[in-house]
Design a protein around this ligand. Structure first.
Ligand code: 5GP
Ligand code: SF4
Ligand code: MG
Length: 466
């Protein structure tokens, strides 16, 4: 999901809408905004679909006045599977004795089922099926006398991945889980401040990037006092999601002081070194494979070309929740540039192979267009484990790499060769010159390694074997 908030700017909700639009790649199913104005109190709007189709209407935006607002774009990983229901669309809102608060959560709470059972037993009335709603109920039960302290209380009970943006009547609050699995950045705009999942959302509103919120850090921001920082959790080695670098974040964002685009290009360079092959054309599977293909072409000296053209009016395929839509998606979204492909030995570069549906369809399209050979080069290691921290990978059985070796996957996809970047190669590309520290990996890489930095308690209860 994508989250955004700002304080101390006129018509804050308009900035939030713009920020969410820049974060649309993190969630396309639905979006919501909550704003606060001293005269009109809290207001909220939650809608299905794209930000640009909802939060551009002046009649709607007029209902969200105030200098303080937060928002969320949703992509379902937890809660209602398949069709998103409006009750699951964030931000969530709670009324406490000291006033109201709204929260927007990116990530996935790994003990949400257990917490929900406990809270319901003690009288909480849940409104949604979302894991994130637990945070509001835990806050309601806290005995602390102000909302930030209640949030701390609540989040200390929560396990898993959370970047949270919250607001009260006067405060904008940002928190990152102790491992810092999901991103969260701070920006400055005029006399006000903004919090966002990624820096690309600061750029769109003309905010300057100040810094990342640190893993385990809480910031409480008011127009008057500025940013107050605290570290409410026990410090732990950070485990930022390495897949944000590979796929999830936008290439024009800066993460950990590094351009995501440059990291992806470097993945392509590493891949060309690790798995060279003779060919006539390096072709990305757009858009997610593009920077890595540019790096691969540069390093190998093989010409780069747009052998596959993407229809810009389609969303990201994997973010569509049902299998049926996903299957159609490939053809609706991608078409082969026959004039470029015919008779050529083609290297196709993509970011990941998950179920293998995309790769199989693309291979067929490329062969139909008369390619002489098809070689796949993949910018991440084989995805052999599901993610429980906010990326929607399918169950283990549906992951191609969970049941097949690299050679078996090559035969299954019927391509001339198939190679994935190594874990060490990926770590080098994100700036770890020595590669992966096996004793204490510098990132979360559980979907590739099976080493989960947080025990996925709910899933284990449901029979998942680590
Ligand atoms: P596949 O067809 O192998 O299931 O999906 C791979 C394609 O989906 C890749 O081109 C990639 O861009 C996109 N994708 C990236 N990340 C994920 C993810 O976490 N889950 C899924 N299902 N697809 C992803
Ligand atoms: Fe990211 Fe993979 Fe870890 Fe999920 S399991 S947080 S996608 S690295
Ligand atoms: Mg892709």
């Amino acid at each position: 999901c994508g989250i955004f908030g700002c304080v101390g700017v006129a018509d804050a909700a308009n900035f939030v809408a713009l920020g969410l639009h820049a974060l649309q790649h993190r969630g396309q199913e639905a979006g919501g905004i909550v704003s606060h104005d001293p005269e009109q109190g809290f207001n909220s709007a939650r809608r299905f679909g794209y930000v640009r189709d909802n939060f551009t209407s002046q009649s709607l935006m007029k209902t969200l006045p105030g200098e303080l607002a937060i928002g969320h774009v949703r992509y379902s990983t937890a809660g209602s599977k398949g069709q998103t229901q409006i009750r699951d669309v964030q931000p969530f809102f709670g009324e406490f004795s000291m006033g109201g608060a709204a929260i927007a959560h990116n990530g996935n709470i790994t003990n949400a089922d257990a917490l929900r059972r406990e809270l319901i037993e003690r009288g909480s009335i849940f409104q949604s099926s979302s894991d994130s709603e637990c945070i509001i109920h835990l806050m309601a039960r806290s005995l602390q006398r102000n909302i930030p302290s209640r949030m701390e209380d609540a989040l200390r009970r929560v396990e898993g991945a959370f970047s949270v943006i919250a607001m009260t009547r006067t405060k904008l609050i940002g928190v990152r889980d102790p491992l810092g699995v999901r991103p969260l950045v701070l920006g400055k705009i005029g006399d006000g401040y903004a919090l966002a999942s990624e820096t690309c959302a600061l750029d769109i509103i003309g905010a300057t990037f100040v810094r990342e919120i640190e893993p385990g850090e809480m910031v409480v921001i008011t127009a008057e006092k500025g940013v107050e920082s605290s570290h409410p959790f026990r410090p732990q080695p950070s485990k930022f999601c390495i897949f944000e670098h590979v796929y999830f974040s936008r290439p024009d964002s800066i993460i950990g002081g590094r351009s995501v685009y440059e990291t992806r290009r470097q993945i392509g360079v590493e891949l060309a070194r690790e798995a060279p092959v003779e060919a006539d054309l390096v072709c990305p599977v757009p858009d997610s494979g593009t920077p890595a293909a540019i790096g691969f072409a540069h390093e190998s000296g093989i010409p780069y070309g747009m052998g596959i053209v993407r229809n810009q009016y389609m969303g990201r395929t994997f973010i569509e929740p049902t299998e049926q839509i996903r299957n159609m998606g490939v053809r609706l979204k991608l078409n082969v540039n026959r004039a470029l492909i015919e008779g050529k030995r083609v290297i196709l570069v993509d970011d990941s192979v998950v179920r293998g549906t995309t790769s199989r369809k693309i291979k067929e399209m490329i062969l139909d267009a008369g390619a002489a050979e098809v070689h796949f080069r993949i910018a991440s290691p084989p995805t052999a484990w599901p993610c429980f921290y906010g990326v929607d990978t399918p169950q283990r059985e549906k992951l191609l790499a969970a049941t097949m070796s690299e050679d078996e996957m090559r035969d299954h996809l019927q391509v001339d060769s198939l190679r994935f970047i190594s874990l060490d190669g990926l770590y080098r590309a994100v700036g770890e010159a020595e590669g992966r520290n096996a004793k204490c990996p510098q990132y979360c890489d559980a979907c590739f390694s099976g080493e989960y930095p947080v025990t996925p308690a709910d899933m284990i209860e449901k029979g998942f074997k680590m």
